[in-house]
Design a protein around this ligand. Structure first.
Ligand code: HEM
Ligand code: NAG
Length: 488
């Protein structure tokens, strides 16, 4: 072997090979996902700026780095903004195994959310939600029809008037129990009372073995919502589908027993199940059994963890901001002074101006749904950028709520900022467009009731005020909100 070829090999192994690997790692996803598009568009395609990341992982590791390791979730988007500029609020990426466009400006979010036909919802899976649930049914007439049933039953002023009275006994008695306990896991306790209220509101279930069983099933279902969609025994997704079936069976048994009961009994219950059974649309059409069941199950999926986490953050922020709690106490004590009984009405709640600002600020800052998912059904274009068919769209809601251009000093908890309203398009905690959260008023009212009963009777403090925050799957303090709790 002569010296020249030895040098050549040496150079190749120690210089060329790593370079080649680096080039492959850096460019393989670009070539894999964008190459075919270039062919389709005759050599050139203008995509939003960004990076398709590593083979297999895409940008998942960077995403987890910001969300899990650094615990600075907003820096994920900020780093893109620094690197690629503000642009039109779109970045290309590959996340959750799918080449995707991230959308994070009010205008671009609106573009996607207002076109539910071209960008249908792609998560959670239809299998888990149920084919005929409002959250899964494709947009258009069928969706509008189901939405009107569901909103009438849980989100309309009439429904809320009733629900406000239905949920209060459980909230007020839970708080008394908490005070007897003294120290508790805030997340777990709130979860318990939230589910007890869901059982009561949705199917008139009282606490007991059936409700506990049902709770276990929904924990399984929620585990599958975030899992990879591989339906083989042993996976979280498989378990979730099984739980879904068992949960549906419990509601089905209840539904069947109601079908044979007399009308007089039905009128007394007045829960979601009765609402969905009895409601008629303009043509007098009613929902079928499977539609009723799919919607009840999917409403638990949509409302259980979200309401729990929102209430938990209210408790957290108030422990951290005593001046806010004091104002809350003043306003709520004033209401109870003119009352005989313990419970407030929907009308009272609408008059609790400061309390409602605290609710709004809690759900803004908590960012319970950090992003939502769509799928591009066809090639489209936004401001000169191509949005390729079959790519995912990740609408990065939380960026709106933590951007100082939208909210002055965005990371501070300041209910007074709601003296005015948010700038148009900058408050999307409940999503937007045709699929805006169908339980948004219900969620608000439940948090307001919780705040009311806390404010008039209790004091509490965080046991670990410095505890770190986890941001996935939902924002939550690592200690699940350990608190000391007592009567005033
Ligand atoms: C603070 C608590 C809550 C938050 C932050 C929240 C957030 C959201 C968001 C962001 C969406 C849009 C999803 C998308 O477009 O991909 C949504 C949809 C939905 N939410 Fe909520 N939600 C909350 C509470 C509730 C409650 C209590 C219920 C009902 C019991 C509910 C029922 C629904 C339903 C049915 C949809 C689907 C609507 C449709 O597709 O037409 N949510 N929610
Ligand atoms: C908001 O309104 C309240 C009550 O009217 C007032 O006390 C507070 O100073 C206002 N705050 C801001 C920031 O405007």
């Amino acid at each position: 072997m002569d010296i020249d070829s030895e040098t050549w090999w040496f150079a190749l192994v120690f210089g060329g090979a790593p370079l080649l690997i680096w080039v492959m790692l850096k460019w393989s996803n670009e070539i894999r996902y964008i190459g075919p598009l270039k062919l389709r568009y005759g050599g050139y395609i203008k995509l939003p700026p960004g990076n398709m990341g590593l083979p297999y992982f895409g940008e998942m590791l960077i995403f987890l780095w910001y969300f899990k390791i650094l615990r600075r979730p907003d820096d994920f988007i900020l780093s893109k903004r620094q690197r690629y500029g503000e642009g039109v609020g779109l970045y290309r990426t590959c996340l959750f195994g799918t080449p995707s466009i991230i959308s994070c400006s009010p205008a671009s979010n609106k573009f996607f959310l207002q076109q539910d036909d071209s960008f249908p919802i792609s998560w959670p899976s239809v299998e888990l939600l149920g084919e005929s649930s409002v959250a899964a049914v494709a947009s258009g007439k069928a969706h509008t029809r189901l939405r009107s049933y569901v909103s009438n039953a849980i989100n309309s002023p009439d429904a809320l008037k009733r629900i406000v009275l239905v949920v209060q006994p459980r909230i007020s008695s839970s708080l008394q129990l908490w005070a007897d306990k003294g120290t508790l896991n805030g997340y777990k306790e709130i979860k318990k009372v939230t589910f007890a209220n869901i059982g009561k509101m949705f199917a008139n279930f009282e606490p007991g073995p059936v409700l506990d069983l049902l709770d276990g099933y929904f924990v399984g279902i929620l585990g599958g919502v975030r899992a990879q969609r591989t339906n083989v025994p042993g996976t979280a997704y498989h378990h979730a589908l099984k739980c879904r079936k068992s949960a549906t069976d419990i509601f089905r048994k209840e539904l069947e027993s109601r079908r044979v009961q007399r009308k007089s009994e039905i009128e007394e219950r007045n829960d979601l199940m009765d609402g969905l059974i009895n409601m008629k649309d303009e043509q007098g059409k009613q929902l079928g059994d499977e539609e009723v069941l799919d919607n009840i199950v999917s409403l638990v999926i949509a409302g259980y963890e979200s309401t729990t986490v929102a209430s938990m953050w209210a408790l957290y922020y108030l422990a951290k901001f005593p001046d806010v709690l004091q104002k809350l106490r003043d306003e709520n004590n004033a209401v109870t002074q003119n009352k005989k009984g313990d419970f407030i009405t929907a009308k009272d709640i609408s008059e609790l101006k400061y309390t409602n600002k605290v609710v709004e600020e809690t759900i803004r800052l908590a960012n319970i749904a950090p992003f939502i998912f769509r799928l591009a059904k066809e090639d489209t274009e936004y401001q000169g950028y191509k949005i390729p068919k079959d790519w995912g769209i990740i609408i990065w809601l939380r960026h709106l709520h933590t951007d100082p251009r939208n909210y002055n000093d965005p990371m501070s908890f300041n209910p007074d900022r709601w003296n005015g309203s948010a700038k148009p398009g900058t408050f999307q905690v409940f999503g937007g467009g045709a699929r805006i959260c169908a339980g948004n008023m219900l969620a608000r009212v439940q948090i307001a009731i919780f705040l009311h009963h806390l404010a008039i009777g209790y004091k509490w403090e965080l046991i670990n005020p410095g505890t770190k925050i986890s941001y996935l799957p939902h924002p939550k303090p690592d200690d699940e909100l350990q608190i000391k709790f007592g009567r005033i």
